[in-house]
Ligand binder design. Structure first.
Ligand code: SAH
Ligand code: AVI
Length: 340
């Protein structure tokens, strides 16, 4: 990225670029839907929740009284963004995995801009609409920020970034993975992702990881099965997306949102349960899918962490866990991992 001459700020639209990367991890929606609905048990990948409507529904979830995750992390970043920024010998560029609406990112941008005039921000997200919206808002609100957004799966974007020569001399990289989105990967995937992030970092760089912590079921379950039914809508929208984009004939009323907690693996599971025996057709796949009454399609896992487990993950990926902050109620952990 190039910066304007000192004292001259480029207009917002000149400070915002998008790069689309279709790589190894980015198999098509159609291929992944076929694979998931012909498997036993049936599943769909959680990354497909985030079309335009799904991303809006997730943003609504973050405002729900039952969903503690976003509020707890916002509380932590509000209190500690200054310390996090100070832990890296700047200037710093920010890379963010699954950036979403980028609201919490602003807390870190504010802290970093207290010590440097300009900032390169590289958000990575599969949702192009969300990425474009948040980047437009950011560049309009922060004259010192330039955005290069990657519309891509995390792994593909990290591989592209590892090979890119876009880093300024002497600049540190801070990777953000907020919201406990790492918990939507299975344990092998969590480690693999941290390892590929570590591989693109140099000594002195950092990785800020947000993890939701294990807590009593009475608090956890309603966060994934709220009274207003917003999480149910978020889950069911995946079927509507198949109808919209692949010519499916799913009737969402014939399915029920199900959230449960697996006490052994420490994960929330979201499923869509077929209310009746039914056959669904998906025109673009030339596929008919039979579902028994009560059969479920597994759509998401959301792993919940212990502090020891995070320390093990960090070490296993080659990071040093420099600091963990938790909120007073021990709901959430923000962990600063350092490379080297
Ligand atoms: N970081 C934000 C948003 C979390 S929602 C927060 O903490 O509130 C998860 C985000 O990750 C969504 O914007 C979704 O589109 C994105 N996402 C999910 N799976 C992804 C993947 N495999 N690769 C890239 N982005 C992904
Ligand atoms: C993005 N991710 C961390 C959310 C979570 O809590 O697992 C997605 C979500 N699913 C249902 N509600 C929110």
């Amino acid at each position: 990225m190039t910066s304007p001459a000192p004292g001259v700020q480029a207009p917002p639209e000149a400070r915002f670029r998008l790069r689309r990367i279709a790589g190894r991890a980015g198999a098509s929606f159609a291929d992944d839907v076929r694979r998931g609905l012909t498997a036993s048990p049936k599943f769909l990948l959680a990354k497909y929740f985030y079309d335009e409507l799904g991303s809006r529904l997730f943003e609504a979830i973050t405002a729900l009284p039952e969903y503690h995750v976003t509020r707890a992390e916002t509380e932590l970043l509000t209190a500690h963004a200054g310390e996090i920024a100070a832990a890296l010998a700047g200037p710093v560029r920010l890379v963010e995995l699954g950036s979403g609406d980028g609201r919490k990112t602003r807390l870190l941008i504010d802290a970093l801009l207290a010590g440097q005039k300009t900032l390169d921000y590289l958000p990575i997200d599969v949702s192009e609409s969300t990425l474009a919206r948040s980047a437009e808002e950011l560049t309009a609100d922060y004259p010192g920020v330039s955005v290069l957004g990657y519309v891509a799966d995390y792994h593909d974007a990290l591989a592209a970034l590892a090979g890119a020569a876009e880093r300024r001399r002497g600049e540190r990289t801070l990777v953000l993975f907020l919201g406990s989105t790492i918990g939507n990967l299975n344990p092998d995937g969590q480690l693999a992702l941290l390892r590929s992030a570590r591989a693109m970092l140099a000594p002195g760089d950092g990785f800020l990881l947000g993890t939701d912590l294990r807590k009593p079921l009475a608090e956890l379950l309603p966060a994934y099965d709220d009274a207003l039914g917003v999480t149910a809508a978020f889950n069911l929208n995946l079927l509507l997306r198949i109808d919209r984009e692949l010519g499916g004939d799913f009737d969402v009323r014939a399915f029920r949102h199900l959230a449960r907690y697996d006490e052994v693996d420490h994960r929330i599971e979201m499923h869509l349960m077929s209310r009746t025996a039914q056959r669904v057709r998906i025109a673009a796949l030339d596929l008919a899918v039979d579902l028994a009454a009560g059969e479920t399609i597994w759509t998401e896992s959301s792993y919940k962490f212990s502090l020891e487990q995070v320390a093990g993950l960090a070490a296993g990926a080659g990071f040093r866990l420099a600091r963990t902050w938790t909120d007073a109620a021990q709901r959430f952990g923000s962990h600063l991992l350092l490379a080297g």
